[in-house]
Design a binder for this molecule. Structure first.
Ligand code: PLP
Length: 397
């Protein structure tokens, strides 16, 4: 057998193992726009698994803003930012984001994955320490791996453990210490304990970085995110344009001026990757204007989340407690989560099962997510589908 054939055999074996373990992910093809309702294989489905918290993904105002930006700024940039890829629109969005998030300045990336991937390495050296929550997003984990700082980890939201790690980092002689946390832990919908994290950071002379992907736009006053909700200022904030802020793509880091200036010189995903296209940037500017004034959408989102939680609880499902529009229905077993999702699909409800490696083994779930665009009828339809699917799969007695 050639090396190539043996290699492909090995890959095929791995795929089969993933399948046997019930961990294989299949993609459903949407044939129209992303929204509260989507067309899949010619059928209208209620969509309970998008990060489309405010329902802006198909908003005509964003589509118009994207079109207008293409009309006066073209389609593509064909350059990284520092060669010839910076338009007035990019700088306008960076200053607009910074003002919205209450930081000196911000810097755009192709995705928040890249923002987190590029943040740590230029700012921290081997004499420094990063202390990371154990449930942080994969992109934070990868970003930390790429930097030379010493790594410390604390159990999810365990403040005693965080304090122990701060003391350990100090004892190890760390020069600068950065605590890194998700603002909201995306698999559970739990908020980071920012007031306590800030207080511990201050007591130990550390800085705080928050990834607010699952918060910006719909959490806190005017949607300014988890620091605003908690009434604390953090040192560095990362986020995405790919969720509540219209759902296209793009990420950013907001923070103190010298930090943003240095990232523009040194962050590798910024230096070696294309500038965001004008349509996305123009629509993001429009999205921020909409979001800042969208108290009505935020109230509707919260009301939908309350109604949905109460309905699922009454039906007998096991949820994780909380108040975030991420509402996980816990099923433990990966195959059961897949069977339940498949059954819901037959009933016209699109949900995604989550299982290892995205969540720990034995903690499989269907993660439902609320959208301000859902009507009461939508939610009642989904509740009766969940009830029927729960009975059909044996999740409900
Ligand atoms: C979605 C998400 C990301 C990645 O954002 P992209 O802009 O899609 O790359 C990073 N961090 C967290 C916490 C997220 O939820």
């Amino acid at each position: 057998m050639t090396d190539r054939a043996a290699f492909l055999d090995q890959i095929t074996l791995t795929l089969r193992q993933i399948e046997t373990d019930g961990l294989f992910k299949r993609e459903r093809m949407i044939t129209g726009a992303q929204g509260a309702h989507v067309a899949i294989a010619g059928r209208q489905m209620l969509n309970l698994c998008a990060n489309n918290y405010l329902g802006l993904a198909d908003d005509p105002r964003l589509i118009a803003a994207a079109r207008a930006a293409m009309d006066d700024h073209g389609f593509g940039m064909a350059s990284v930012r520092f060669i010839c890829g910076t338009q007035d629109l990019h700088r306008a969005l960076e200053t607009r984001l910074a003002a919205f998030l209450n930081h000196d300045d911000s810097i755009l990336f192709a995705a928040c994955f890249d923002a987190n991937g590029g943040l740590f390495e230029p700012l921290l050296g081997p004499e420094d320490a990063v202390i990371s929550d154990s449930l942080n997003h994969a992109s934070i984990i990868d970003g930390i791996r790429l930097c030379k700082a010493r790594r410390y980890r604390y159990a999810n939201s365990d403040m005693a453990d965080l304090e122990a790690q701060l003391q350990q980092a100090r004892a190890d002689g760390a020069r600068f210490i950065l605590i890194a946390t998700d603002g909201v832990f995306s698999m559970d919908g739990y908020f980071a304990r920012l007031p306590e994290i800030r207080a511990l950071a201050d007591a130990h002379g550390a800085m705080v970085m928050v990834d607010d992907c699952h918060a910006t736009g719909f959490t806190g006053p005017q949607g300014r995110g988890t620091p605003a909700r908690a009434g604390v200022q953090v040192d560095l904030l990362t986020g995405t344009l790919g969720k509540a802020l219209g759902g296209a793509l793009g990420g950013y880091i907001a923070g103190p001026q010298p930090v943003i200036d240095l990232l523009r010189q040194r962050a590798r995903p910024y230096l070696f990757s294309n500038a965001l296209p004008p349509a996305v940037v123009g629509a993001a500017l429009a999205a921020l204007n909409i979001v800042e004034a969208a108290d009505d959408l935020r109230a509707q989102l919260a009301a939908n989340a309350d109604y949905w939680r109460a309905g699922l609880t009454d039906a007998g499902f096991t949820l994780l407690p909380g108040e975030h529009p991420i509402i996980p229905v816990m099923l433990e077993d990966a195959k059961l989560a897949q069977a339940m999702a498949a059954d819901l699909y037959q009933r016209g409800v699109h949900v995604a099962p989550f299982f290892f490696p995205v969540v720990p083994k034995g903690a499989a779930r269907i993660r439902t997510q609320m959208n301000a665009a859902f009507t009461r009828d939508d939610l009642d339809f989904a509740l009766s589908a969940f009830h029927a699917a729960g009975k059909a799969t044996g999740v409900l007695a």
